[in-house]
Design a protein around this ligand. Structure first.
Ligand code: MF3
Ligand code: CO
Ligand code: CO
Length: 296
C-alpha cells in the first residue's frame, strides 16, 4: 500500500519530482498529487541516503550478527572480568563470522568495541579495568558485514545492582522505548528527541547533548543526526527507507561531561551514573523495523 508522504517543499527548492526545475516552476501549481522522487529529494535536501530492499537486508544481516555478539558477550559480564576480555570476545566472534569490528581504527579508536562502566557515558576504551559487583556496563558493538554497518548497545548489571543503578537503567530503557514509539511516517526526527527528553527530565535525569543517534548502513555515521532532545515536530520528516540509530545516553545527575586525556572516554562531570541503549532501525510504511532487535 502506498501512502501519501507529508513533506513541506519551499517554492525555490528543487522540485521533488526530480525534474531538476524549481518547485514553483514545476509541480507547485499542479492540483494532482505530485510524484515525489523521495530518494533524490532526501539526498539533495538532507544528504540522507534512503535504503532500498537489498541494502536493508544487508544491514539486517549485519544486525543479526551484532545481536548474536551481544548475547555471547552478555554471558561473560560478571564481577572479575576485565573490559579488555569483553573486547576480545567481541573481536573474535566478529572476525570468525567474516565481519569487521567497525570501531577498530575508526578515527584512531584503538579497540573493537566500546565498554563504558558506571559514570562513563560512552566510548569507554577496553583495558585492564575489572568489573565489580554492582557496576553497570554499557557494551556497544558495531559490525561491518559485506560492507553493511549495524550498531547497537545495551547497559547491563554486573552482579547485584544498587538502587541508583536500577533507576538509571530503567529510566533510559523507558526513554528508548518512548523515542521508538515516535518512529513512523508523519512524525519527525524532533519527535523522537522530544519524547526521550520528556521522559528523562520527568524522572529528574538528564540527556547528554554531545553524542546523538545517526544515519547508518553504508557508512558508520551518515545523515541524519538524531538528537535525544528537542522540539516536537522539528527536524526531518520520517519516511520509509530511512535507516538510523536511536541511542539515548541518560545521566542520573546533570548532563555535562568531560572527555578524558585519551580523547575518547566521555564521563559525567558530576560523577553520576550514565546508561544507554541503542538499536539500528529502518522506517517502514507504518512504523519501524529493528535491524538489531535487542529485546530492550
Ligand atoms: N558505536 C558508537 C555509536 O553508537 C560509536 C563508537 S565510535 C568508536 O555511534 F570509535 F568509539 F568506536
Ligand atoms: Co551509534
Ligand atoms: Co553504537
Amino acid at each position: 500500500m502506498k501512502k501519501t508522504v507529508n513533506i513541506k517543499i519551499g517554492r525555490n527548492e528543487d522540485c521533488p519530482c526530480g525534474s531538476g526545475k524549481k518547485y514553483k516552476k514545476c509541480c507547485e501549481g499542479i492540483k494532482k498529487p505530485i510524484q515525489v522522487n523521495l530518494e533524490k529529494h532526501y539526498k539533495k535536501k538532507y544528504g540522507i541516503h534512503l535504503k532500498n530492499v537489498e541494502q536493508i537486508e544487508g544491514i539486517r544481516k549485519a544486525g543479526i550478527l551484532v545481536v548474536e555478539t551481544h548475547k555471547l558477550a552478555e554471558q561473560y559480564i560478571k564481577p572479575g572480568i576485565s573490559t579488555n576480555e569483553i573486547n576480545d570476545i567481541i573481536h573474535e566472534h566478529t572476525i570468525k563470522n567474516g565481519a569487521i569490528p567497525a570501531p577498530l581504527n575508526y578515527k584512531g579508536y584503538p579497540k573493537s568495541a566500546c565498554v563504558s562502566v558506571n559514570d562513563v557515558i560512552c566510548h569507554g576504551i577496553p583495558g585492564d579495568l575489572i568489573l565489580q559487583d554492582g557496576d553497570i556496563v554499557n557494551v556497544d558493538i558495531t559490525s561491518i558485514l559485506d560492507g553493511y554497518y549495524a550498531d547497537s548497545n545495551q547497559t547491563l548489571f554486573v552482579g547485584t545492582p544498587g538502587d541508583d543503578a536500577k533507576k538509571i537503567v530503567q529510566v533510559v530503557r523507558d526513554c528508548f522505548k518512548a523515542g521508538m514509539s515516535m518512529v513512523k511516517p508523519g512524525n519527525t526526527i524532533g519527535d523522537i528527541g522530544w519524547a526521550i527528553q520528556d521522559h528523562a527530565e520527568k524522572n529528574n535525569c538528564s540527556v547528554v547533548r554531545e553524542f546523538i543517534g545517526h544515519g547508518i548502513g553504508l557508512d558508520f555515521h551518515e545523515a541524519p543526526q538524531v538528537p535525544h532532545f528537542g522540539k516536537k515536530g522539528s527536524g526531518v520528516p520520517l519516511v520509509p527507507g530511512m535507516v538510523f540509530t536511536v541511542e539515548p545516553m541518560v545521566n542520573l545527575g546533570g548532563p555535562r561531561l568531560y572527555i578524558l586525556d585519551d580523547e575518547w572516554t566521555a564521563v559525567t562531570a558530576d560523577g553520576s551514573l550514565s546508561a544507554q541503549f541503542e538499536e539500528t532501525i529502518v522506517v517502514t510504511e507504518d512504523g519501524y523495523d529493528s535491524l538489531t532487535p535487542m529485546g530492550i
